[in-house]
Ligand binder design. Structure first.
Ligand code: HEM
Length: 474
């Protein structure tokens, strides 16, 4: 039962030295494997874990990968970064997905200068000025939006409307107002839609071509802007971005590599945080009592500030915001718990055995499970975040109350991943989203005309779920 795949008997395996391999989840369709079943999301994982146990191998789109699904197993993989390597994958992403020259992507400069520099430049001490710039652009963008809506109100697609405000404010903060953020948006969206295809190393070249075309167009626009940027604007780039530009120039790398770094930065910036802001506001609109409580918190806090304005609140330093706005922070945390779906990838460096004490049930509970060198291991971080044993019977509902008064302490929460690949943008993202929720709900009323918003099931494991559908009057 545990060793067969309906389709490929070559996967019939015997335990090695008495230690079995993780069970291979059955599939029927060559190459595609379980890719379609995985679009069932939480229901797919619940069924698989019930049937096979907490560590499974799944075939999807030409690759077989091993998934770990409990807090203990995920932390085991994150903590053993020597044997579960991430850096090779990060370097490969730079070329395979973002278009950097493959030799440069695998060069020593990436590990020695570029990655550590980026990490340092995204720490709280380095991003205070960036957050201030973001708050300025957010205020400006919201003022314009308030004027455009007027006293009469306006029917808008709320998701699109909020995305534009978050996208433009954060892009201007990172890349200066000289960056043609609005004109670039269609190319960004096309690249983002192509991302899952670019991510599939096993895909035949011909099937990758349309995705590569979308990427090339995005890189072309970035290059056109970059060659004419003024010295003054260049110095105003986000420290993380300027660091990558200077390191590339010192290495003598061409314009295309610099553009690829811009593309990776703008993707990290815009492919997650705006959607977290959108989900938070939509969930508040779906839960009027939570919205009322949040608005009261914002109004009360503003009254204590000097001067007592929304602008003062938006410009508060990031570390102060969660303490100042505990309920807004609970809304943010619960939105991440409920709407983040991340699959964190590692590559096994030498054969090893997952210890049996980490396997609560299923095959290998007494012997452990054998992993092979070169095998790809994925931490399915969403599984514990929506698990009833972990979070209680209402784990499948959005309820910010669970994050008040330490109610979430000790429970499994990895929306920003973990270990060596933990999100470097989490401090910026936290300020960006908290201030956006505060400002948007303080300034706008919204009536829902129709609510068809749900997570796009085709988008698997890339961070905050992407919303689709939904029209609202504001
Ligand atoms: C709510 C918003 C965000 C969420 C949920 C999120 C989530 C994540 C996750 C889960 C990872 C790890 C992926 C893995 O382990 O494979 C990650 C990595 C990363 N994130 Fe974020 N992210 C967010 C916002 C941002 C922002 C605003 C930036 C800023 C540019 C950013 C920059 C990065 C970078 C550079 C990495 C790579 C870290 C590394 O490879 O070592 N993220 N993010």
């Amino acid at each position: 039962r545990f060793y067969h795949s309906h389709f490929a008997p070559t996967f019939l395996e015997k335990p090695e030295g008495g230690v079995p391999r993780p069970p291979l989840v059955a599939d029927w369709v060559p190459f595609v494997g379980n890719a379609l079943s995985m679009t069932r999301g939480d229901a797919f994982w619940a069924g698989v874990i019930r049937r096979y146990g907490p560590v499974v191998r799944v075939r999807a789109m030409g690759e077989v990968r091993t998934f770990v699904t409990t807090p203990g197993l995920i932390s085991y993989v994150y903590k053993n970064s020597r044997n579960f390597d991430f850096l090779h994958f990060r370097r490969s992403m730079s070329s395979q997905i973002f278009g950097q020259n493959a030799n440069h992507a695998q060069s020593d400069a990436m590990d020695a200068i570029i990655f550590p520099g980026h990490h340092k430049n995204m720490q709280p001490g380095s991003i205070a000025d960036l957050i201030r710039k973001y708050a300025d652009h957010l205020e400006g963008g919201l003022k314009q939006a308030v004027e455009a809506v007027g006293d009469e109100g306006k029917v808008v697609d709320l998701g699109d409307h909020m995305f534009d405000i978050l996208y433009e404010s954060s892009a201007k903060a990172f890349f200066t107002p000289s960056f043609p953020a609005a004109a670039f948006k269609p190319s960004f969206m096309a690249f983002d839609a192509a991302f899952p295809l670019l991510n599939l190393a096993a895909l035949p070249a011909i099937a990758r071509r349309p995705a590569e075309k979308a990427r090339d167009e995005a890189l072309r626009i970035i290059e056109e802007w970059w060659v004419d940027i003024s010295d003054e604007d260049r110095q105003q780039l986000a420290p993380s971005m300027l660091g990558m530009v200077e390191a590339s120039e010192a290495e003598g790398w061409p314009l295309r590599d610099i553009a690829a770094f811009f593309l990776s930065e703008i993707w990290a910036l815009e492919a997650n945080a705006p959607y977290a802001g959108i989900w938070a506001v939509v969930e508040l609109l779906r839960n009027p009592s939570a919205l009322t409580r949040l608005r009261t918190e914002i109004t009360d806090v503003i009254a204590t500030l000097s001067p007592p304005t929304l602008s003062t609140l938006l410009h508060k330093p990031q570390p102060e915001l969660p303490g100042l706005l505990p309920y807004t922070n609970a809304v943010f945390q619960e939105t991440l718990r409920y709407h983040v779906d991340t699959l964190s990838l590692r590559v096994v460096q030498s054969d090893c055995v997952i210890p049996p004490n980490l396997l609560s049930g299923g095959i290998g509970a007494e012997t452990g499970l054998r992993l092979h060198k070169g095998e790809q291991v994925i931490c399915a971080t969403r599984v514990p975040m929506v698990n009833e044993e972990e979070w209680g019977a209402d784990a499948g509902k959005w309820n910010p109350e669970r994050f008040m008064k330490g109610g979430a302490a000790g429970r499994s929460m990895n929306p920003f991943g973990g270990g060596v690949s933990m999100c470097e943008g989490r401090h910026f993202a936290s300020a960006e989203i908290l201030t956006f929720i505060a400002a948007f709900t303080h300034l706008f009323d919204a009536d829902i005309l129709s609510d068809t918003m749900k997570a796009n099931p085709q988008r698997i494991g890339l961070g905050v779920q992407q919303p689709m559908g939904g029209v609202t009057r504001i």
